[in-house]
Design a protein. Sequence first.
Lengths: 449, 449
Amino acid sequence: MSKEKIENEKLEDSSLAAPRGTRDFLFEEKILRDEVTSTLKTIFELYGFNAFETPAFEKWEVLSSKYAGGAEILKETYRFQDQGKRELGLRYDLTVPLCRVIAGNSSLPLPVKRYAIGSVFRDGPLKIGRYREFIQCDVDIVGSKTGLADAEIVSLTCDAFTALGIDYVVKVNNRKLLEGLLESMQVPANKLETVILSIDKLAKIGRDGVQKELLEKGLSIPIAKKLLSVILELSELRADQVLFQCEKIIGQNAKAKQGLTEMKEVFDFLDNFGKTDAVVLDISLARGLAYYTGLVVEVFAKNSEVKSSIAGGGRYDELIGKFANREAIPAVGISFGLDAINEVLKLQDKGAKPKKTLVSVYVIPIKAIPQCISVANQLRAAGIRTAIDLMNRSISKNLEYASKQGINYVAIIGPKEAEAKKLTLRNLETGEEKLMTIADTIMLISRSN
Amino acid sequence: MSKEKIENEKLEDSSLAAPRGTRDFLFEEKILRDEVTSTLKTIFELYGFNAFETPAFEKWEVLSSKYAGGAEILKETYRFQDQGKRELGLRYDLTVPLCRVIAGNSSLPLPVKRYAIGSVFRDGPLKIGRYREFIQCDVDIVGSKTGLADAEIVSLTCDAFTALGIDYVVKVNNRKLLEGLLESMQVPANKLETVILSIDKLAKIGRDGVQKELLEKGLSIPIAKKLLSVILELSELRADQVLFQCEKIIGQNAKAKQGLTEMKEVFDFLDNFGKTDAVVLDISLARGLAYYTGLVVEVFAKNSEVKSSIAGGGRYDELIGKFANREAIPAVGISFGLDAINEVLKLQDKGAKPKKTLVSVYVIPIKAIPQCISVANQLRAAGIRTAIDLMNRSISKNLEYASKQGINYVAIIGPKEAEAKKLTLRNLETGEEKLMTIADTIMLISRSN
């Protein structure tokens, strides 16, 4: 990633670079991005989701609504006016537009299962892996409060990473269970939120770091120590054992009992989906954002240098209703981070040659342009991605061009080939060359794609 | 379209509407959009183009560069600053980003064949069919000055509209031919540009309207009349006859001769591509924008209420070089207008029921959720887009929901079906219902998709 960073900084000098914090995606970069989003789209659609598309910018009043992103994110929001002096801002996530659409279309039959793949914008500090325009891939189920909806989101997540070829672990937890567990361990109600934020950092800052924070936040030493030892003990266990142990700790705490019931239901359904192997119950997981009300999910790549999460989400039963100023509308969803996913794929495929072009065959005419056009017509009609020499170049220049582009096959058509209604097909990787009919060429290239 | 307009205005009242001039696309609207862009993508890729992706905003200095869009379009550009006080603007087209990328990457092997499908933004007056965020679908060939490149763009355009199922006509012309023709008919050099702008309006404002403009612009009556009668005479002819007649009119005008040679070459190649039938040489076509230097192309739907063009482009050999402050870099391309194309498709398919959902089957459990999950797993693994009841609703409520969503098949699984490892499949369109194995269900639904 450091190479990427250096390149970005070098480009920064030039007035022809993309704006600071944004990127151009060409060739192999773009092909990888499109492959990933296309795989996600396929999985989202198999699970019965439909796509929604909303504008790149929103009214400022929508973005800054009390129940939208909050003050922190507004600081990082690009803001501007239209000519009618309307206040606007580039969207910072895909959840606010979803809330707006649901709130504004009260007659939509529920549940709404929607996905969205699109750019979001945050004018924040630049760090490795953080950009000012980046693509989020979100799936959300709006209107269902069942554990089956939770389980579907987790199962979809597992299938997505399997389809992407990433070895992953899905960490889940339940906010009610976590909050109730803390309550039952004597954490004062007014400190719940802030204690959760500290515990959420366990993987990052370790036991001592969290304990220090908890004491600074006013927890007593015995409570802080007890809390951490319970959480660390539970972190060693399988999901069913965690649930069993929790049941003993929480006593009669109603919130924790509710969370426990929800979590058990989700794991039962995950068992039906055949997905329990990849799912870990991590009692310290909270996902900072306060709007989660039940399930929380975070996904990490196994054995990867990428340590940040590659997807995250959960249940947020209150957000949409408050946003719409209506009764609660339950919802659960997950967001896939395209940049982190691409980084994992690039690192794990380090040795492999990335695909640089979509073009399968490059047609070179030697005084036979009409015949080349006719061949290109036939190849394209057969679904083969075909380019023709557009520069009237020599064979050697054309071979050099095709090779630089990363095109695998070259079809050479001169008077001899034209006469025989054939072509000379060269495989640029192996160097093999053969006089072939067009039908055989179509068969060979279709098979090798 | 008037219905759409009224709805937009109604929504405008609500703070939960999309910002003025922008739109939300849900369900059938989004499905149609995605089908169109996916068809275009397929054709672009068959012709050997690769996708580029650039940011939604650009540096203001890039957007306002002398050789970019010009003063008129800057007035309609959304402008803002980042926190570092950098001047930025939302892109108003996909050509400026292309110029920037080509200019900024001087080592790219030419030709570059790139396509881009993305939002562009114009804060202009709202009219029917004009929006403030809209998607352009651009293909461009950069680096080739050959007629084969021109012909490929035209052939691709024909294939795209055939694939979209739109009956179309491609109008083409050549700026050199048009300018030379006017010169040879005594139009003063300093009036060429403005005369061309008037002639370009022939289809819109008619012969009298254009003549009035030409006289106001200072052409003498005989020249204006001659010009119009020649152009109208040529408009009745087939392309080869137009070229034949032009040859007689232009005499020794070098520019016109060059344009004629180019146009002849393009038509010869189009003949090789098998595309001359759908292509008309319209000598009055100029496409306002001054940056075109050779071929100009504009596409219209035949027998449609949509009178505006549905795609347009041409050759611009000077723009990129000037932008990059380098020697000339020839280029030719075309831009497809998603909104106009969708409008044509919606009007021509008026009778047909639009596709409202991607979901093929909706699974309803009657006390058999685990079995339903297992069936959904199998259907999804077979590539069938499947939703499950997530609300624990009654059969009748579930049937109502599925029907409202526009889902064609419902699979009901109760204890009886679960026991037999079967399901009851109901076709909501025909009302037919049948107890089936899962394998048979997969066969049936795959076949009917």
